[in-house]
Design a protein. Sequence first.
Length: 248
Amino acid sequence: MNTEAQPKNNTLWTRIINWLKPFEPVSAELRFEKKFAIPLHELPAVEMQLARFACSPIHKPRWINNLYADTHGYDHLNENIEGLSERKKLRFRWYGKQHGEINVTAEFKIKIDDTNTKKSVKLGKINFPREMELNTLFDLCMQRWNQHQTTLDLMPPTGYRAALLNRYHRNYYMNADASIRITIDTPILYQNASTGIRAEQQKFAIVELKCPKSHIIYSDLLPYQLSKSSKYVEGLQITDPMFERESL
């Protein structure tokens, strides 16, 4: 391990290592993330602000699909709502079209204080016809994961079920010195795996700034109030009356 890349706070580093042990071997590529919920009518102003800082597109815009899974007690949802400093989410991600033959990656997204990392494993191509239920897609993903568990770094968990599908269109930018990556997500679509309810988040775009832990995200790049919103939490709250509360 490159000791120069280790955080100066050894106590935090010890907590990170202990928290990540169930996911070993894991990359130590921790990064900071800042998230903003920007009203849609203000997006042109955001794009002008990014241009002022010489932020330019780095990737062709694309659709992102996520099937989130949670325990039967919704442990990951509750961890997020309670604001625990150490928490995780499980999702199955693919790009492009929502249905048909999709190329799926299983991911645990892991948050430790103000830093994030993720552990992922590629599951390969899975057929997801339009009429297939989300619970069936989840079962197929888990079957594929279990079939290959002896050759994969990340072992499949137990006690999970499908919770929520979300889908959004993402634009990618990088700042002038390539230290900060910016993504803009809109529109954001949801489908609940239990209730079947579909919804669209119609008020805000989600803008995220991401950089390695060794960099600083300057507040003047986007002078907006930070948001603690989670697409997963937001999606469940607007598609299941059991979780209904004030959203974004």
